[in-house]
Design a protein around this ligand. Structure first.
Ligand SMILES: Nc1ncnc2c1ncn2[C@@H]1O[C@H](COP(=O)(O)OP(=O)(O)O)[C@@H](O)[C@H]1O
Ligand SMILES: [Mg+2]
Length: 346
C-alpha cells in the first residue's frame, strides 16, 4: 500500500469531516467515469461513501490532457448547487485539494437510477427533463451577475481545455467551410460571463431518485462562471442524440426537449431571454456535430445515425435560428424526412 493509495489518503479526509474510521476501509471501483478514478468506500460499520479522484489523462481515444485542479472546482460547484437547490448535488463530505480528491455522499442504486440508462432502455419519464431544467435554471438564476461566484470559478482555461477545444475547435478544424460559423458561436459563448455553469449536463451525469423523482447532478469538473446557454444546449444535444439513436422515442424526446428549454428559460429575466436563447439555439447544432466528429464521439451511435446527425446539424450551423423551439422543429422535420427516405437504418 503506497502513500498515494486510497487506504492512505482517505482516513485523513474522514478525520477532517469528524467521521471516526474504526477498522479497515473497503474500496470498490464504480464504473462509468472517463475522467477519474471513482470508488465506493465502505466503513466497517457499513456506512458508504463515494470518493472521486481526477486523472490527468482522460480515458477517451484521442489524447486529451486535463488539469487536476478541476477536482476543486467540481467540489465548489457541488457545494454551491446543493445550497441553491437542496438535493440537486451529492453532499460534499471532504476535500483533499493536494491530491484532487472529493469525498462525497454515496447515492446507492437502490435509491437512484442513472437517467442515461433509463433513456437507453426506452424509459423516457417526462418529469425528468423538466426537473433537470428547473434545477439548472434555479442554479443559473441564483448566480446571475454574481461577483462572488465569478471570483470562485475563474475557469475559462478549464472550460476551454475540456469543452470548447475538444468539441468546437476540433470540428472547426475538421470542417473548414463551417469553421467561421463554429468559431463565432464558440467565441460568443466563451466571452459570456453571466452565471455558474456545470459544463457536463448529460444524462450520464444525472441520477434520478426512484422515490420522489428529484434529479442529482454529478460530475461538475467543467464548472465555469460563464454562459448558461452552454448547459442547456449541452443537455438538449444529449436528448437529440438519444432520439436519433432510438427513433421510436423521437416524438416523445422532441417534446421533452421543448419542455426542457421552456422550463429552463423561464428562470431568466425576460429581457435576457432572447440573447440566451439565441446562443442556445446556435450552440445546439455545433454540439451535435461535435459528438460525432469531435474528440469525444458518443459511443452508442452507429454509422448511419452519425450521418443523420451530420445531415441534421450542418444546415443549422450554416444558418442558425434564434429560437430553440424553431430549431427543434427544423430538426424534427428533417429527421422525419430523412427517416422516411430510409437512410437512417443500418
Ligand atoms: N456520489 C455518488 N454516488 C453514487 N454513484 C456515483 C456518485 N458519483 C458518481 N457515481 C457513479 O459513477 C459514475 C461516474 O461518476 P462521474 O462523477 O460522472 O465521473 P467521471 O468524471 O469520471 O465521469 C456516475 O455515472 C455514477 O454512476
Ligand atoms: Mg461522468
Amino acid at each position: 500500500m503506497g502513500s498515494d493509495s486510497w487506504e492512505a489518503l482517505l482516513p485523513p479526509m474522514f478525520a477532517s469531516a469528524g467521521i471516526a474510521v474504526a477498522g479497515p476501509l473497503r474500496v470498490e471501483p464504480l464504473t462509468g467515469g472517463v475522467s477519474s478514478d471513482i470508488v465506493r468506500v465502505t466503513l466497517s460499520d457499513g456506512r458508504e461513501f463515494c470518493a472521486k479522484r481526477a486523472l490527468s489523462q482522460l480515458k477517451v481515444a484521442a489524447t486529451w490532457e486535463a488539469p487536476l485542479e478541476r477536482n476543486h472546482y467540481e467540489i465548489a460547484w457541488l457545494r454551491r448547487a446543493g445550497s441553491i437547490v437542496p438535493g440537486a448535488a451529492p453532499q460534499v463530505i471532504a476535500e483533499d485539494r493536494a491530491h484532487g480528491i472529493a469525498l462525497l455522499e454515496y447515492l446507492p442504486p437502490a435509491d437512484y437510477t442513472l437517467w442515461k440508462s433509463d433513456l437507453l432502455a426506452g424509459k423516457a419519464n417526462p418529469d425528468v427533463p423538466l426537473r433537470v431544467a428547473d434545477a439548472l435554471g434555479r442554479i443559473h438564476a441564483a448566480t446571475l451577475d454574481d461577483a462572488s461566484a465569478a471570483a470562485e470559478f475563474p475557469t475559462d482555461h478549464l472550460i476551454d481545455a475540456l469543452r470548447f477545444d475538444p468539441y468546437l475547435r476540433s470540428i472547426a478544424t475538421r470542417y473548414p467551410d463551417l469553421a467561421p460559423r463554429i468559431l463565432a458561436v464558440m467565441e460568443q459563448s466563451q466571452s459570456t460571463h453571466l452565471a455558474l455553469v456545470h459544463g457536463d449536463v448529460s444524462p450520464k451525469n444525472i441520477l434520478v431518485s426512484v422515490h420522489d423523482g428529484h434529479p442529482v447532478l454529478l460530475d461538475a469538473e467543467c464548472a465555469w462562471y460563464g454562459d448558461p446557454a452552454f448547459d442547456a444546449a449541452f443537455c438538449l444535444n444529449h436528448l437529440v442524440l438519444k432520439l436519433i439513436h432510438l427513433p421510436d422515442l423521437a416524438p416523445i424526446l422532441f417534446g421533452q426537449a421543448g419542455g426542457f428549454a421552456r422550463t429552463w428559460l423561464a428562470h431568466f429575466p425576460p429581457a435576457l431571454r432572447p440573447e440566451i436563447e439565441a446562443r442556445t439555439a446556435a450552440l445546439l447544432p455545433c454540439l451535435m456535430l461535435a459528438r460525432v466528429d469531435g474528440k469525444s464521439p458518443v459511443e452508442y451511435l452507429v454509422n448511419t445515425a452519425r450521418d443523420t446527425v451530420r445531415h441534421l446539424a450542418i444546415p443549422l450551423i450554416r444558418q442558425p435560428l434564434s429560437s430553440v423551439e424553431a430549431t427543434l422543429d427544423v430538426l424534427q422535420n428533417s429527421f422525419r424526412n430523412h427517416s422516411s427516405s430510409g437512410q437512417f437504418r443500418d
